[in-house]
Ligand binder design. Structure first.
Ligand code: G6P
Length: 477
């Protein structure tokens, strides 16, 4: 056990940096653009924090290093573990299961064994890094066993867990052959955070039914006297950072350039997603294709730009999806396009934040229609970038963001006709209507930013567990 060590430790599957190999062969680490590191950086720097995570390459052991004031602790994964723990159990079992089984989850016992072994490695690494009584914050579905494994090694720690993706309805979760172990793994935390209150309720209900612990509202009471709080903390973005970027001259210029290169159409529609089967890309592109085909949308008038960021390319379902989308876009452009005019501009690439901000500013209609999504930060980024109170957001009811962005054009992404109607409505709405909606959404996003999210979670983590604050009601025996 470390007596000196980090007072604040973040554990995530990935480190918040990407490796660049420069022309002369030297290695440089670049901060990845995620909001999480932006939010936690000040806390990490002021408290001598450490971030424990995989650096993204297999079969390579790296020593801990400091980068731009952050202490980074790489956790190695072998090729086999990448296949079984990351691509397998995390992304072909848990990911589809937790997203409404929109693709069939695969249950393989050897993947589970690898998940257990890798979770243990993360927990052991954290146990070595954390100072006496430190706060440890475990992130996401890849590491659900870490809280209990870590508590067993270091009962002195205060442990928080946050699930970035949905937590499934109890009926679906029950399919998991290792359901009890996952629930028990999470119960090692003092505070288990979710995106939505419904997810926290699913969890508490499962704990009562499957593990048999007493529960009352959002509290679980363990036999050893410890209490675990399960509650929603909807994640957000660095809203001011996005607005500042959107206001910058470079982004303003680039946004105009983008519109010009699309032929200055009356309406630019935009989708930006990881290429993932949960994102509803098939349904969305089909809906827009039908609008062009049936003449509701004129080719001279509108273009749909879809950016799909490469993701998890070695997992079967992602390969299948990539081929499907290639074919679908090809068919629509082939059927209804004209020379120099393609209704769907499809880009399989990832772009820096600045280019994203320019795309957001160039887009009249942002289309975010996942079949299921924990939150969806793209929706919030779009809103933050529209400081002009213009633009329209078409948003799936099944994205966590819909609970907050109520003034969006909300759709059921499975309903193609409904989606077509919402796209048309968003395209045709006047400036006044869109202005009213955007203003209300902007107020919410600018006030509820990632800094507030992290502060609230960490504040409540510091309070929970002190039993006087969460006494077990007399009625819960
Ligand atoms: C989602 C998950 C994250 C994950 C990210 C990218 O947002 O909640 O935990 O890091 O997708 O996926 P990847 O598999 O590339 O880490």
């Amino acid at each position: 056990m470390a007596s000196s060590g980090a007072e604040f430790v973040v554990i995530a599957n990935r480190l918040p940096v990407d490796r660049d190999v420069l022309a002369d062969g030297t290695v440089a680490w670049r901060k990845s653009p995620g909001g999480l590191v932006t939010a936690l950086e000040p806390v990490m720097k002021s408290q001598g924090g450490a971030w424990i995570g995989w650096h993204g390459a297999p079969d390579e052991t790296l020593e801990p290093f400091d980068d731009d004031g952050l202490h980074l602790v790489p956790v190695p994964l072998s090729s086999q573990e990448v296949e079984e723990y990351y691509e397998g159990f995390s992304n072909a079992t848990l990911w589809p299961l937790y997203h409404d089984v929109v693709a069939p989850p695969a249950f393989r016992r050897e993947w589970w064994d690898s998940y257990v072994a890798v979770n243990r490695r993360f927990a052991e690494r954290a146990a070595e890094e954390a100072a006496q009584g430190a706060v440890v914050w475990v992130q996401d579905y890849q590491l659900q066993l870490v809280p209990t494994m870590l508590r067993e090694l270091r009962p002195d720690l205060r442990i928080g867990f946050f699930l970035h993706i949905p937590f499934p309805p109890t009926e679906l979760f029950q399919q998991l052959p290792w359901r009890r172990q996952i629930l028990e793994g999470l119960l090692g935390a003092d505070l288990v955070g979710f995106q939505l209150p419904g997810a926290a309720q699913n969890f508490v209900r499962l704990v009562r039914q499957r593990v048999g612990h007493k529960t009352h509202r959002d509290m679980v009471y363990l036999p050893d006297g410890r209490g675990v709080l399960a509650k929603a903390y909807p994640i957000s973005i660095d809203a001011q950072g996005f607005e500042d970027l959107a206001r910058s001259e470079r982004v303003t210029r680039r946004a105009a350039e983008i519109r010009a290169s699309l032929g200055n159409p009356r309406k630019v529609l935009l989708g930006i997603d990881r290429l993932d089967y949960t994102k509803g890309l098939r349904q969305r592109i089909r809906a827009f294709g039908e609008l062009v085909r049936d003449g509701s949308v004129d080719l001279d008038d509108a273009v749909f730009v879809q950016v799909a960021t490469p993701s998890r390319e070695r997992v079967d379902q992602y390969r299948i999806l990539r081929d499907d989308i290639d074919r679908l876009v090809g068919r629509i452009n082939g059927d209804v396009g004209k020379i120099g005019q393609q209704p769907v501009q499809y880009l399989h690439a990832s772009y820096p934040r600045e280019e994203m901000a320019a795309l957001y500013r160039a887009a009249d209609v942002m289309v975010v229609t996942p079949l299921r999504d924990g939150m969806n930060l793209v929706a919030k980024e779009y809103v933050a970038c529209r400081y002009d109170d213009q633009g329209a957001l078409v948003l799936s009811e099944f994205a966590g963001a819909a609970a907050e962005l109520k003034q969006a054009y909300l759709v059921n992404p499975y309903d193609i006709n409904g989606t077509k109607a919402a796209l048309l409505q968003a395209m045709e709405a006047g400036e006044r209507e869109n202005g009213k909606r955007m203003k209300a959404m902007r107020k919410h996003v600018m006030e509820h930013d990632i800094e507030r999210w992290a502060r609230t979670f960490l504040q409540e983590l510091s309070e929970v567990g002190s039993h006087d604050k969460n006494p077990r009601p007399a009625s819960v025996s």
